[in-house]
Ligand binder design. Structure first.
Ligand code: R5P
Length: 294
């Protein structure tokens, strides 16, 4: 097995290579003046099971193309098998038809990667895991929620209230609650499919005087967390934190969230930002070790 350090996740790839002792293959990547991508593998991959670590947060399309080019280059150089480790999988939220005339984008992405040479894929906290059934190759999503919850227990926040901003994220709050040992609950969220505007509705929880942590898979514009934080404040929470696996933090999301009374935003290195305080390296390394021995 060899680990190819995708340009979007080179640092994470390095950490994984160090933890697993698996040999790494660097990648030369550049962008031509007209915007086209170029990649070159710097190392032999013949007869190897090649694992490419490459996240696909913004700029999503370039990073997906880089991933496809690396997979194709690996196969062209006679790799035996190509597994893509994609910590943040772009387009996973367009996993069904919401409005007439749309595309199921994640299905197209999976087909493109397959055509390029990807034989299997591992991602982290995919928005809706059931979309993996649409992939033309084995694909799985692993969870970083225990790592995030442990970050809080180490801070001394055992028994904090784990809040999901909507019903769809309740499994995440439940998973965190299993480690934090406090209570968990969810709010009701509605998003306008045309404007993207989020409306988070109140529920009666007993968070008065407690530390509450909002857990979600993704923070994008921050609208969801801002809505949830406002409700937690109204309900008298003493301290509010926001934790997510993929902190995209688009535009002024971070400022809006902090202005809404959130003490700290904690994310992972699936996407590089100021919130990347928890590394996915131990989680992915464990998965690779199992893959290697299996
Ligand atoms: C969608 O349901 C996801 O789980 C997140 O809640 C959503 O992507 C967050 O988006 P935003 O930060 O723009 O509200």
């Amino acid at each position: 097995m060899k680990i190819v350090l995708g340009p979007a996740s080179a640092e994470l790839g390095e950490k994984i290579a160090q933890l697993t002792g698996i040999e790494k293959v660097p990648v030369v990547a550049k962008t031509f003046p007209d915007g086209e991508s170029y990649i070159r593998l710097v190392g032999a991959v013949q007869d190897e099971h090649v694992v490419i670590v490459q996240t696909t947060s913004s700029p999503q399309d370039s990073r997906l193309i880089q991933l496809a080019f690396i997979a194709a280059a690996a196969k062209r150089n006679k790799a035996r098998k190509v597994t893509a480790i994609v910590p943040y999988l772009a387009y996973a939220r367009q996993d069904k038809i919401f409005l007439e005339g749309e595309n199921i984008s994640i299905e197209t992405v999976a087909s493109m990667l397959h055509a390029a040479g990807v034989d299997a894929l591992i991602t982290v906290n995919m928005h809706a895991e059931n979309a993996l059934a649409r992939f033309p190759f084995p694909a799985k999503s692993i969870s970083a929620i225990p790592l995030l919850a442990e970050y809080f227990t180490q801070k001394g926040f055992k028994k904090a209230f784990a809040l999901a901003p909507d019903k769809g994220a309740m499994h995440i709050a439940d998973e965190a609650q299993g480690i934090l040992g406090g209570e968990a609950g969810h709010l009701e969220k509605q998003r306008d499919r045309y404007t993207g505007q989020v409306n988070v509705a109140k529920k009666d929880f007993n968070v008065k005087g407690k530390t509450a942590i909002i857990f979600d898979d993704i923070i994008s514009t921050g609208g969801t967390i801002v809505g949830a934080a406002k409700i937690l404040k109204e309900l008298g929470a003493a301290k509010i934190y926001a934790a997510c696996v993929h902190a995209l933090l688009i535009g002024d999301a971070e400022k809006r969230i902090l202005d809404a009374g959130v003490e700290e935003i904690i994310g992972t290195d699936s996407v590089f930002s100021l919130a990347s305080k928890v590394s996915l390296a131990p989680l992915i390394s464990k998965e690779l070790k199992a893959l290697k021995s299996g």
